[in-house]
Design a protein around this ligand. Sequence first.
Ligand code: OFO
Length: 173
Amino acid sequence: MNSRVETALNDQVLKESFSSQFYLAMASWSENQGLNGTAKFLYTHSDEERFHMLKLIKFINERGGKAVIPSVEKPPVEFENIVNVFELLLHHELMVTESINNLVDICLQEKDYSTHNFVQWYVSEQLEEEAMARTLLDKLKLIGGDAGGIYIFDRDLEKFVPQTNEAGADQAK
Ligand code: OFO
């Protein structure tokens, strides 16, 4: 495997791993605030990020590279409020998108077209995740701190079924 591509893929492993821990911290905080629907949503989101990480690890190893399992930076324990949680989530997803775009660039520069093809799954996944984060943040902004509104927002998230990006989803199983 091209070593520059391998390094970029391993950098992405680290980012997905941190995403999973970050959303886990948000889930745990939400649970302690009595926001059980939000917590459920974020626990699921944390699991999805772990799946993103595993999919990369398996791809690197299957292609003859060596996946590096990273140690993880400690995420925050406290958050200001639920709006702050979703602002951080959107901000974090935008950073991940930038990183995926950078990975696409490296694949093209190194003419590694099969990794480029693999990374397209992450490109579509980011589109979905950014859109979802924006929608939830917009709703919270509309609610504007009203307790009844937050109660309904949280109750709706309890029933939320995440969209899965099917293309290539089996590769990490
Ligand atoms: Fe939401 O970040 Fe993974 O890809």
